[in-house]
Structure formats: structure tokens, C-alpha cells
Design a protein around this ligand. Sequence first.
Ligand code: AP5
Length: 218
Amino acid sequence: MNLIILGPPGAGKGTQAVRLAEGLGIQHLSSGDMLRAERASGTPLGAKVAEYMDSGALVPDEIMIEAILNRLEGGGDTGVLLDGFPRTVAQAESLDEALGKAGRPVDGVLELKVPRGAIVQRITGRRVCPKCNSVYHMEFRRPRQEGVCDNDGEALIHRPDDTEEVIVSRLKNYEKQTTPLTEYYAGKGILHAVDGDGSVDEVCARLERVTRQLSGGR
Ligand code: AP5
């Protein structure tokens, strides 16, 4: 099954994608994690994408499309859950073309709907592990030991793009560049809006209800 999880910054895409992909036995491909790995490796491309990310702007389509499609080609055929890609109509069209050619179209797009107040609260309290990308929250998902990743003991960090100023710009860019995707996928009859307000478990149960329907109740 090939799925996309869509939603504004801080909606909970990454948190839910990890659980959903594991449950479905499919690959989880996060464009944000991929870009953060690139910048951490210190390549010229990493330095270039860091400038966009830290200002809250989207990385240009030509860079993103090539990077993601290369990863998809390398992946197996069990299916994929895309988190953070596509983010523009041009990215969605390129994805459709590539998956169409490979005979594995997008089965469903899960759109997380979260009120603005909850988004800001989720982003400002987020802490992440720079080593394994695990995501925590100072109030809603606390690590066992304060400031330390449960998985590998690494010190948790505040993402550089999680400042108030950059969050405003990320949300604006989402409205302008990514919301047109809801119309794009609604037109194809594969958009599923899911209430993303509530606990992580509650939202996960709602998403799983949709993926069960998509897989024919299996
Ligand atoms: P990316 O990393 O994809 O960031 P994003 O889309 O802004 O999403 P976030 O990672 O901020 O949030 P999320 O929805 O995954 O929420 P999370 O699960 O962490 O992209 C970063 C940048 O890279 C972009 O700005 C852009 O520059 C670039 N980029 C990436 N993809 C690109 C593309 N395709 N094209 C161009 N540029 C691209 O949850 C947030 C917090 O809330 C966590 O602390 C979590 O613990 C908590 N939480 C989650 N769910 C709940 C819940 N139900 N209740 C309470 N707390 C919750």
C-alpha cells in the first residue's frame, strides 16, 4: 500500500507515520528526516538545504523531487508511507508519474486536521533526538529521563526551525504552497481527512480505521 500523510508543520505526521508504517509493514519515508541527515553529513547539498529549512522556506522542487524519487526507486515493493512529501502540486505530479510508471499508484492520502492553537503548542514543546530522529514533547510525550533519548541516550535538541519566528513562516508557506494539494487529491477521490486533535493514541486509532478500509478490511 502506498500512502501519503499530509498536514501542517507540527500536526503530528512524523509521530503517527512511525506507528502506521510499522503496523502496516511498509517503509516510512520522511522528507524532513532525509534533509536533516543530508545537512548533518556536511555535504554542499546539505549546506544549501539548511538555508531554506532554517528560514522556514521549502527546498526547491527540483532538489526534492530528485532526492525522493531516487529513494523510492531504491525501496522494495511492499509499499511506502510518505511523510512531508509531496508539498507542492509539482511534487505531487512528479510522484504520480513515477509511481504510475512503476505500477504502484498512491492508494490514499491521510490529511491530519489540527487546530492552530494545538499546532503551536505541539511545535514549541517538541524535542528530537539528532541521532535516531525520535520525537518527544515536554508535556505530551516525555522521555524516561529528562532531556535524553529513550532509544540511544543521546541529548535531545530543539529543532533550529522550531522558533516562533520560523514557525509563523512555515505555517504561511504551508497555507500557500501545500494546501492546494488537498484539492488535487480530493479531485482524484483519494483524500481522507482525519481529526488530528486528541491524544496520540486517539489520532492513531482514527488513522488506522482509514487504512483498514483502504486495505479492504484486512
Ligand atoms: P519537516 O521535518 O517535514 O517538518 P514539518 O512538515 O514542518 O513537520 P514537522 O516535522 O514540524 O511536524 P510533524 O507533523 O511531523 O509533527 P510531529 O510528529 O513531529 O520539514 C522541515 C523542513 O524541511 C521544511 O520546513 C522544508 O524547509 C523542508 N522540507 C521537507 N520536506 C520538503 C518538501 N517535500 N519540499 C520542500 N521542502 C521540504 O509532532 C509535533 C510535536 O507534537 C511532537 O513534539 C510530538 O511529540 C507532539 N505530538 C504529536 N502528536 C500529538 C498529539 N496527538 N497530541 C499531543 N502532542 C502530539
